[in-house]
Write a protein that binds this ligand. Sequence first.
Ligand code: 5MM
Length: 348
Amino acid sequence: MNHTMLSNTVVKELTETASAMVAKGKGILAADESDPTIKKRFDSIGVDSTPYNRRDYRELLFTTPDLEKYISGVILFDETLRQSGKNGVPLAEVLSQKGIIPGIKVDKGLTNIPGTREEKVTQGLDNLGDRLEEYKSLGARFAKWRAVIKIGNHQPSRLCLDINAHTLARYAAVCQQAGLVPIVEPEILINGPHDIATSRTITEWTLSKVFSELSRHRVLIEGMILKPSMVTSGDEHTDQADIATVAETTVKAFKRTVPAALPGIAFLSGGQSSELATQHLNAMNKIDGLPWELSFSFGRALQEKALQAWKGKPENAKDAQDVLFHRAQCNGAARFGEYTRHMENQLK
Ligand code: 5MM
């Protein structure tokens, strides 16, 4: 039987938090870039990646007026959860005061799997329970763990999928025991010359293994969120599948492999342009009879344009916030299948 070790109170808390994370018309902002990733982002606008600049940038994002209309939760990096804004209020509290749920990335990055051609497994299970207790005391109500699967010549290997599915399920079970909702993120990279059919096959294979392990580890499906890649052509494939095909193929693959008990699927953007990620989400939400909420948990597709507008200059803060608000609003509309290209010209 599932989740026998969780008390009724914890089951209720997990279920309610998970549903709030995928509330209609809203999605999750992924702002949990690790130090090397945020450095790369800051390099692109010529800003030094210091703790102060990272704090200023993330405070700017979180204090965007009315962000809570379209953003249900924010994924933070360890450093950010420990930082306070300029007025001394912890950034996690800045979010909770707006009704946005703070969450925390708890994985510790990737390492090679010996015996494979540089396939990766995610690290961070050691002492995870203790770390979660601390994160909870700092205000986090959900967690995130990202596994990375690469499509290539004879890749992913069975070993890579087995290890990552097992690790994701171990992480999810430990989170729920600590009372935090796990976001389970098996990212299938967009990189490569593969076609959309290959992407669908690998997605179905991955998701079926992940849910089989989640069930084996007695994870409460109603108290978790899945954060997957959309099913697209590889970015080097010459004949890119169109928006309708991506939407239909993605929904078909998920219907085959994802239990209806799951409250929601919050897609990552994975290197798609901001507009295309929104268009794909919108097209999926036009399809009738979906058993789960189809939402977003974008990093780049929400932040890219705001980062470019900011450029590290305090006088650009308002413009950057307007741009973030606008992207969140477009994705909020896509949650109902009501986004139109016309909305792109309606930046305030
Ligand atoms: C925001 O980026 C997250 C952290 O990445 P690193 O640990 O590599 O620094 C990342 O997990 C992100 O949450 C997902 O990849 C979704 O972001 P995108 O940009 O793909 O929507």
